[in-house]
Ligand binder design. Structure first.
Ligand code: ADP
Ligand code: MG
Length: 596
């Protein structure tokens, strides 16, 4: 029998198993008034699933979306939903308060035992690590996410890694695309200046080492994962996203919920699957719906591949970190994996410490770092976990350090060029007709990549006027984004209107009225879920939206791409009322996908 919390207790579907519905339908509450005893859901049958529905299963009240009538058309049904807010998406409908409390205790305990932790604010500012911790902000249970959307996002991941690198190697494209941004945005200009002062493409290191992450939100109207952005620098949570998936698997099995999550199947149509199921143990059954995440392995393996390619056995990997870093275990777990799996040692330093203690040999360009005990470490790989935002450069010392690292012979993850290739302006330019095609030869590959592009509009040149008009006509349908990373910078609603109203086509770059440092983006509307969010030991049930990140591990040596792997995933879940989505910035919790 169906769980009420999928909004599908209506007569049309009562003989379906929960898993059957999860697999073949996309569920969306369209009216879940607080306290109401009924709600309405739209259920769309996933393409290709209709033959398995059986004659009795298909609702008679099939309606068309956008005037079309097809087997994939959504079905509107009245669902016998529980009062809004009284359920947790994906979880059993009858989860008691006691069971939830006990799962919370288990989850927090697991987090402490396995390093699923973040630092607390401390007064040791300036130190590279704080020393008091709490569990990472996390959802208590995984959140339903469509399998086909997940798989498409994974499939295109290597294409986006290769694309970012190809863009980073195209001086002319970088130069023309970023011309307006470089004039108006101080931060991007300074990264650009470092790229140029270190010799542009000719002076560039022959290797590129990428730990990238492409972020998506499920766009409900189209059913596609639309790309929010591509991160080419300082992508975080490869360790903690892996841990949160493990924690969910543990908490579910510890609470005796494996059958609910992975095994519930009462439909006679699925005899074959039942037989297959019989041979699987609980762990394997859970893995089918809660996919293993190899993000941590990928981070360590990618850095190790770069280190090996540098062929310098005495050298270490330098983690460039923020002073008083709070996301310290996410980094240290990777460092430990590098040591235990690959025998590679690493050190940590802030940009300011690098300015004070690092040196580059004039002739060989070899980078060394002098520790306070007089030891000098050779460095062959620089891994940035800082340096992506203006706040990371409070003084000239930090900029000097960034340039010193760039001009050294160590391979950087990423190079200044790759950092620039991750600018939002580049993302917008690539979505223009014919531009992606300049970098990707394969027509089929281009088509898959274009599937995930959201509408993106330039705020400079001739198109700006049209974009301003679009935004002002329908502000709720767009987001105005500056060239910033790290969350909290985008403009929505009234702020977007206020900014667009200042637009003056005659304004010179950098003057009031010039918006060339921004891009306008179609606002993505993902389905909402009900999630138990856990922060500082406190559980709060929230209506939420999720964002999927897919990591990529990439290594190019000269012209040879020696590694380009899908590097695992990250699900971040935030309150539906919050526009922004960063975990570290305090907007979201770490989550894992429950595939259906
Ligand atoms: P940042 O570099 O600051 O992470 P993002 O482009 O990722 O910038 O935007 C921050 C957050 O804003 C995202 O995590 C997402 O929650 C939200 N967001 C960004 N773009 C969109 C969009 N087009 N539609 C809906 N939400 C968006
Ligand atoms: Mg982001």
């Amino acid at each position: 029998m169906l769980s009420k919390n999928y909004y599908t207790g209506g007569c049309e579907f009562t003989h379906w198993s929960r898993r059957h519905v999860l697999r073949h339908c996309r569920l969306r509450p369209i009216d879940a008034r607080a306290g109401a005893s009924m709600s309405i859901a739209v259920v769309s049958i996933l393409p290709g699933a209709s033959p398995r529905l059986g004659p009795n299963a298909v609702a008679r009240r099939r309606v068309s979306r956008g005037g079309r009538q097809s087997s994939a058309a959504p079905i509107v049904l009245r669902a016998m939903a529980a009062p809004a807010g009284a359920h947790v998406s994906g979880a059993p409908a009858d989860l008691s308060d006691d069971a939830v409390r006990s799962m919370r205790d288990e989850a927090v305990s697991w987090a402490a035992q396995h390093g699923l932790l973040v630092g607390l604010e401390s007064d040791e500012s300036g130190r590279a690590m704080c020393a008091s911790f709490t569990h990472a902000p996390m959802s208590l249970l995984p959140t339903p996410f469509p399998r086909d959307v997940f798989e498409l996002a994974l499939r295109v991941s290597p294409s986006f890694a290769a694309l970012s690198d190809a863009v980073s190697r195209d001086d002319e494209f970088l130069r023309t695309t970023l011309a307006g941004v470089v004039k108006t945005d101080d931060f991007t200009r300074r990264i650009w200046d470092i790229y140029e002062r270190c010799g542009g493409q000719e002076g560039r290191h022959p290797m590129e080492l990428g730990i990238l992450r492409s972020d998506y939100m499920l766009d409900e109207p189209s059913g596609l994962p639309l790309q929010v952005e591509v991160n080419t620098v300082s992508t975080s949570f490869m360790a903690l996203s892996t841990k949160v998936g493990e924690m969910h698997r543990h908490t579910i099995s510890h609470a005796g919920l494996v059958r609910h999550y992975a095994d519930e199947d009462e439909d006679e149509d699925e005899d074959l699957e039942k037989d297959e199921d019989a041979n699987l143990d609980d762990e394997a059954k859970l893995q089918r719906v809660l996919p293993l995440n190899r993000a941590l392995e990928c981070a360590a393996d990618t850095l190790a591949a770069g280190w090996r390619a540098m062929n310098d056995d005495d050298a270490k990997i330098l983690f460039v970190v923020q002073p008083n870093e709070r996301n310290v275990f996410d980094q240290r777990i990777i460092a430990q994996r590098l040591w235990t799996k690959h025998g590679i040692a690493s050190i940590r330093a802030t940009l300011r410490e690098i300015d004070a203690n690092a040196a580059v040999d004039q002739t060989t360009k070899r980078l060394t770092y002098g520790a306070s005990d007089g030891r000098r470490d050779a460095i062959s790989v620089v891994y940035y976990r800082a340096g992506y935002a203006p706040t990371d450069y409070p003084g000239e010392e930090e900029w000097r350090a960034r340039e010193l690292l760039e001009k050294s012979s160590a391979v950087k993850s990423p190079s200044a060029a790759m950092h620039l290739a991750g600018c939002k302006k580049i993302q917008q330019a690539l979505a223009q007709p014919g531009v992606l095609e300049r970098f990707v030869d394969d027509v089929g590959e281009c088509a898959e990549m274009r599937k995930v592009f959201a509408g993106l509009y330039a705020m400079d040149g001739e198109e700006a006027m049209e974009a301003v008009k679009l935004g002002l006509e329908n502000p709720g349908a767009y987001v105005l984004k500056p060239q910033r990373e790290g969350g909290g910078n985008n403009l929505y609603g009234d702020e977007l209107v206020a900014a667009l109203k200042t637009y003056d086509p005659a304004a010179s770059p950098g003057e009031p009225g010039d918006l060339s440092a921004y891009i306008l983006m179609q606002r993505i509307f993902p389905p909402s879920h009900s999630t138990l969010c856990l922060r500082g030991g406190e559980l709060v049930r929230l209506e939420t939206l999720s964002e999927l990140g897919v990591y990529g591990g990439y290594l190019r040596v000269g012209d040879a791409v020696v590694m380009n792997e899908v590097g695992g995933h990250l699900l971040r879940t935030k309150a539906a009322t919050s526009d922004e989505g960063g975990v570290a910035a305090g907007y979201a919790v770490l989550d894992s996908p429950l595939l259906y």
